[in-house]
Design a protein around this ligand. Structure first.
Ligand code: XMP
Length: 512
């Protein structure tokens, strides 16, 4: 396994991602990781990431000297290169101007780092300082006219460093460079898999939780599901899953959660039917933020009651499982130390603070697609693994205007049709989300010979990779036509369907 020491680069997690794609297990730790921990990690290689600081600046981040003394290969990237130059006896100076963007380098193919690669490589540079002289033992292995040390090596000590970023897509052969380091230099086999990750995660959970109890708020989504399964594997029935039916779930959601987690995986699962309670609180409320707040507050209240109930049975939970993913973890876990690293999931927002629970976050190191693969590995059924995101406040923010049982029932039927048609068209997994929204707008229609005056349904389909930005999906007209015909014919209460053609930004994905 490879240890990545983070100096705060926005690209650090991409290094991890690329290595994992190559089947090489790696972990990111702050560059301040103490010597004994570095040693205990027993890395086969160490990567020093890039970072925004200058090694010339007072107090700029350093790694412990152990990194260079363990006798394992080291790869410095960008700041990592400058650090190596600076720490090992070379010379770093401010560059006359920042070099940022694409460049073509001439490489020495005889270096293990560039095995099998062409003599010219397109790379992505990004740095303000430059190495003027490398320490004794180092040789340049790639250069550009403006950067004589675009890449360097000290083959005897297995030290390598790059002034460019091999981890970004703008360095098309960067993955090969990383593979050459991990496989060729460090001797990693590239056989790491989600199965191995699961085993490690299980060990870590055991070590953290010891003989404590853990609670988990299952949402029906893939992240909380995978997190719960891992914790269950680790500590068995000292995990307590709670599924809150808040009355604003989609059709069949509650049954699906009970089937999969209760009957299939035998997780200790309590389903709390709190729908009445939520809907009573939501009665008459039309303001989107007010709806969100009510749901968040009620959720915490219901959850706390359940935890107290467990405590009354002598099963007081000390930990809460969260399906926090890597992208949620603030970019630089880095040298600022472990504070301020967690963005609390807005599904269970506020829970850990309110309840003073420790957090178990077994997916902190993973990207969404890795979580999906892990889910399959753990045997989760495809509909859950592939499920599109669904917001914590549920259908309450898709029933615009007042949330009532009747209006929820109407939206549920329309939503089932949208989901079904998207699946039948083979588009479900290509879309970030596809769903129906019930508008507080009525319009006139004619059905048979009858005048109708009924609600409008909007269809929203979004393409996105992370939900931060997105474009409305260019769904085939025939598909839109089928959804519209079916909704108007099959859902009593809707007589008009519109398609949302707004992108994010400036619109958001959800309407509220
Ligand atoms: P917006 O509407 O902000 O949504 O463009 C971006 C993504 O986040 C989801 N979303 C939520 N997810 N709790 C969640 O867990 C929430 O309160 C929440 N609000 C929005 C939304 O479905 C989309 O995928």
């Amino acid at each position: 396994k490879i240890l990545i020491l983070d100096f705060g680069s926005q690209y650090t997690q991409l290094i991890a991602r690329r290595l994992r794609e190559l089947g090489v297990y790696c972990e990111i730790h702050p560059c301040t990781l103490p010597a004994e921990k570095v040693r205990a990690f027993a890395p086969k290689g160490i990567v020093l990431s890039g970072g925004p600081a200058s090694v010339l600046a007072e107090g700029s981040p350093r790694a412990d000297r152990i990194v260079f003394e363990l006798g394992v290969p080291v790869l410095g990237i960008c700041y990592g290169l400058q650090l190596m130059a600076h720490e090992l006896g070379g010379k770093v100076a401010k560059a006359a101007h920042r070099e940022y963007g694409p460049a073509t380098i001439d490489v020495k193919a005889s270096s293990p780092l560039f095995q099998g690669l062409p003599a010219k490589l397109d790379v992505w540079m990004s740095h303000g300082d430059r190495a003027e002289a490398m320490p004794p033992g180092f040789e340049p292995i790639a250069a550009t006219p403006s950067a004589p040390f675009a890449a360097v090596e000290d083959r005897r000590r297995h030290f390598y460093a790059l002034q460019f970023h091999p981890e970004v897509v703008h360095t098309p052969r960067g993955k090969d460079v990383l593979w050459n380091f991990a496989h060729g230099v460090c001797g990693c086999s590239g056989t790491w898999s989600m199965r191995a990750y699961a085993e490690i995660a299980v060990e870590q959970i055991r070590a953290q939780v010891k003989d404590g109890h853990v609670i988990c708020a299952l949402s029906g989504g893939v992240d909380s599901a995978v997190a719960a399964l891992l914790v269950h594997r680790a500590i068995g029935d000292r995990l307590h899953c709670i599924f809150v039916d808040n009355g604003v779930l989609r059709a069949g959601e509650r049954e699906q959660v009970q089937d999969v987690f209760g009957r299939m995986f035998h997780l200790p699962l309590v389903t709390v039917d709190a729908s009445r309670r939520f809907l009573t609180k939501l009665a008459g409320v039309t303001d989107p933020e007010a709806k969100r707040k009510i749901i968040g507050r009620e959720f915490i209240a219901v959850f706390e009651e359940e935890v107290d109930r467990l405590a009354a049975h002598g099963e007081r939970a000390q930990f809460l499982v969260q399906g926090t993913l890597y992208p949620d973890v603030i970019e630089s876990v880095s040298f600022k130390g472990p504070s301020a690293t967690i963005k609390s999931h807005h599904n269970v927002g506020g829970l850990p603070e309110v309840m003073k629970l420790g957090l178990v976050e077994p997916l902190r190191e993973l990207f969404k697609d890795e979580v999906r693969r892990l889910g399959l590995e753990l045997g989760l059924p495809a509909p859950i693994v592939q499920r599109q995101p669904f917001p914590g406040p549920g259908l309450a923010i898709r029933v615009l205007g007042e949330v009532t049982e009747e209006r929820l029932a109407v939206l549920r039927k329309a939503d089932v049709i949208v989901q079904e048609e998207i699946r039948n068209a083979g588009l479900y997994e290509k879309l970030w989300q596809g769903f129906a929204v019930l508008l507080p707008v009525r319009s006139v229609g004619v059905m048979g010979d009858e005048r109708t005056y009924e609600a409008t349904c909007a269809i929203r389909a979004i393409e996105s990779t992370d939900g931060m930005t997105g474009d409305w999906a260019r769904l085939p007209h025939e598909l839109l036509a089928r959804m519209s015909t079916r909704i108007i014919n099959e859902v009593r209460g809707i007589n008009r369907v519109v398609y949302d053609i707004s992108s994010k930004p400036p619109a958001t994905i959800e309407w509220e």
